[in-house]
Ligand binder design. Structure first.
Ligand code: PEP
Ligand code: MG
Length: 330
């Protein structure tokens, strides 16, 4: 079993019909990069930087502290891409002691719809630029990609681009080294999915956060047990937003990945391949089982039956039927 897993780790994720798939890791701290390599990840698709900000009594990490952490992750990945997401605090990930704006945030009724993620970053511009500088400085040590959570407005994209420009100028003036950093946004609010072609004009890549996309599409709190039975990745509305987001990104020539739980659950591997997804990001422990599904999949045949799944009133059952009948068995 151990030998089989080691062999699998070094086997590229390629479908039966020759489609190469990137399997990236979701990490929370630089130390997780070792596990990512161990599992055969070909990059980090989501570094949840908020874990550097949490459980420290509300004191924010300095630019230097962040730079050291990002650089450590980048160096551990040895030239493979590392996608660093700017801080996504609020809602299910609160800081212990809030800064001025977070204090207001604590008392709101719907934290998931409040001042979280990029909204908080844009409300705290110096904190945001500090994080951007740390991320850009880490780019001198490997391949860094910058990912922004919870984008819903083109105005936010413009403000992000402005901040990036300002930070690049500051670093140049200070003689700090950095290289090209691709900019991506997360598609996790339905508005972003619906208007994706407009967003795609301004960014280099997108990453679909299905955890929040499902929560906001179905109006189901992802942490509320009372409605957990209604949290349904197979909901036709979710599948349409997901499938359109992937297709539109591919059509625009931009790279697209899914980094929510769906990407790491082998139950959804065929579905995501059928939608045209060629980059998955997940907890490192899920990589072997998703890879095994990819090695047995025929992507072109899956894509041909996808319309049947998307048109069905019971997509889960339809997928089981049509994908299984196209399965090649060894
Ligand atoms: C998501 O929403 O799917 C996601 C990957 O982000 P997080 O789970 O950190 O909110
Ligand atoms: Mg999210």
């Amino acid at each position: 079993e151990r030998a089989r897993l080691t062999r699998l780790r070094h086997t590229p994720a390629v479908t039966l019909d020759g489609e190469r798939v990137e399997l990236h890791a979701n990490i929370e701290l630089p130390a997780d990069a070792a596990g990512a390599i161990e599992s055969g990840a070909t990059g980090v698709g989501l570094f949840r930087s908020e874990f550097l900000f949490m459980n420290r009594g509300g004191e924010l990490p300095s630019e230097e502290e962040q730079f050291i952490a990002y650089k450590a992750a980048v160096e551990a990945m040895r030239g493979m891409p590392v996608t660093i997401r700017t801080v996504d605090v609020g809602a299910d990930k609160p800081l212990d002691r809030m800064s001025a704006s977070e204090l207001r945030h604590e008392h709101v009724l719907n934290p998931a719809m409040g001042l979280r993620a990029i909204r908080w970053s844009l409300a705290e511009p110096s904190m945001f630029r500090q994080q951007l500088r740390a991320i850009y400085r880490a780019s001198a040590f490997g391949k860094v990609r910058l990912l922004i959570p919870m984008v819903a407005h083109l105005g936010e994209v413009r403000q992000i681009l402005e901040s990036v420009k300002k930070v690049q100028q500051q670093l140049t003036d200070a003689g700090q080294a950095f290289t090209k950093v691709d900019l991506g946004v997360m598609v996790e609010i339905p508005a972003a999915a619906v208007m994706l072609p407009l967003i795609l004009r301004h960014v280099d890549f997108v990453s679909v956060g299905t955890n929040d996309l499902i929560q906001y599409t179905l109006a189901i709190d992802r942490a509320d047990e009372a409605v957990a039975h209604l949290y349904d990745p197979w909901h036709p509305a979710v599948l349409q937003l997901l499938s359109r987001s992937i297709a539109e990104s591919v059509a625009a020539g931009k790279s697209v990945s899914v980094c929510g739980e769906m990407a790491g659950d082998p139950v959804f591997t065929d579905l995501l391949l059928a939608m045209g997804l060629r980059s998955f990001s997940m907890h490192p422990s899920q990589i072997p089982s998703v890879k095994q599904r990819i090695l047995r999949a025929d992507a072109a045949r899956l894509a041909r039956v996808l319309p049947q799944v998307l048109a069905s009133e019971d997509p889960q059952r339809e997928a089981q039927a049509v994908f299984a009948s196209h399965k090649v068995t060894h």
